[in-house]
Write a protein that binds this ligand. Structure first.
Ligand code: ADP
Length: 390
């Protein structure tokens, strides 16, 4: 009897122990699963946060960024990229050609996959106005050198391209402008040497023509040096209170003999105003505008310089003539370097085509604006603003 009882008790004890142990195990497993689920959730939240941070960072870049997966499909494109290519809707999953509609970019991706990276590739986007981008592309691989995709970074290049073109055009224009008087001087000198020097009447005329063209060259070089000094920022403005009326009086007296030659009446209608300006530069502005008004205005006409305080607290000055005026389509272009409405007329008058470009530069460096108004046949008026003194 006793042994059976002991075995029974032992068995009962073992069974109780087993259930107790199982319950504990289940409890621990449940706790462990809960911890795991919590950790997974935390990881997910952290990954989502990291991705959001990364997307926000890439979206705040001014460069366009395009990330392709190993199959060449879009994995990520930032906001700047979408704006550069004016893409619509979700790009993820599209091929490069579907995303940007340009074979050249797809070819660039193929080249990058082959060469590992492609730097400074210049891309012209179709459309008007034309746009230029510079692309740097690199293939991305993991540590086992397995290809994961391609990253492309797009930089805006339009402004730089425009500057390059303006500079090239400027050099071409300068060469052309220098060549014209030079070839005339050369032609007259050669004709003189070939025998014309022995004819006093002809030689006198030729020498005058040489002198006129040499002077034109001199004006041109002076204006070029002024433009170059203004653009390089080497000219520091000596701002002080200046009375435009007194300055205009000086400029008008310098112009008097030229005005008399064209029977042009000069009127100083400036009230007593004081502006904050560099006196020498303001004299140059008034000089160029008044010189043009005498040159291009009506023979026997009137040239007026005047001004008024504006409602915005600035001073507006103007130079007016009653000549043939400027056609509407040329009103803004006359401020471009070497732009002339009537090329022959400008040359004949000894113009360099740089006078108004210099005026615009000086006014803008004072923080002012310059513009022209005209009614063809009734004259032209050039306006500019400056800060009032005090
Ligand atoms: P330019 O040396 O040829 O005078 P500017 O830059 O001073 O060069 O002027 C550019 C062009 O603007 C001139 O060639 C001329 O065609 C036009 N222009 C300037 N001022 C006047 C004006 N008062 N009336 C008519 N045309 C003008």
């Amino acid at each position: 009897m006793w042994p059976t009882l002991i075995i029974f008790l032992l068995l009962a004890g073992l069974i109780a122990l087993h259930f107790g142990w199982r319950r504990r195990m289940q409890r621990e497993r449940r706790a462990w699963q809960a911890t795991l689920a919590q950790r997974e959730h935390q990881d997910l939240v952290q990954t989502a946060e990291a991705r959001a941070r990364q997307d926000a960072l890439l979206d705040s870049m001014i460069e366009g960024v395009l990330v392709l997966d190993e199959n060449g499909r879009v994995q990520f494109a930032n906001r700047a990229f979408a704006a550069m290519f004016a893409t619509l809707g979700e790009l993820r999953g599209q091929t490069v050609v579907e995303a940007v509609r340009m074979d050249e970019v797809a070819e660039l991706v193929a080249r990058t996959d082959h060469e590992g990276r492609v730097m400074d590739h210049e891309l012209r986007l179709p459309g008007d106005p034309e746009k230029w981008l510079q692309i740097n592309a690199a293939a991305i691989s993991n540590v086992e050198r397995r290809r994961l995709g391609t990253v492309l970074v797009f930089h805006e290049l339009t402004r730089l391209k425009k500057l390059e073109r303006t500079r090239a055009d400027f050099v071409a224009n300068v060469s052309h402008e220098l060549r014209t008087p030079l070839s005339l001087i050369k032609g007259y000198a050669e004709t003189l040497l070939d025998g014309a020097k022995d004819n006093p009447e002809v030689s006198g005329k030729f020498l005058l023509a040489i002198d006129r063209n040499a002077r034109r060259l001199d004006f041109l070089i002076q204006d070029l040096l002024t433009i170059s000094a203004l653009e390089s920022g080497r000219v520091a403005l000596n701002l002080q209170p200046v009375t435009p009326r007194a300055l205009a009086e000086k400029v008008l007296s310098d112009l008097k003999s030229r005005a008399d030659a064209r029977r042009v009446q000069l009127v100083n209608a400036l009230p007593d105003l004081t502006v904050q300006a560099d006196a020498d530069r303001l004299e140059q502005v008034l000089g160029n505008l008044l010189d043009n008004a005498v040159k291009y205005g009506r023979e026997g006409g009137t040239v007026t310089v005047g001004g008024r305080p504006t409602d915005e607290g600035k001073i507006e000055l103007f130079v007016r003539d009653d000549g043939p005026g400027i056609p509407a389509e040329a009103l803004e272009r006359v401020f471009e370097r070497f732009y002339r409405v009537d090329k022959a007329r400008s040359r004949e008058q000894g113009g360099t085509g740089l006078g108004l470009a210099i005026v615009k530069h000086i006014v803008q460096s004072h923080g002012g604006t310059v513009w022209a108004k005209s009614e063809v046949g009734a004259g032209a008026t050039f306006y500019f603003t400056l800060a009032a003194a005090g």
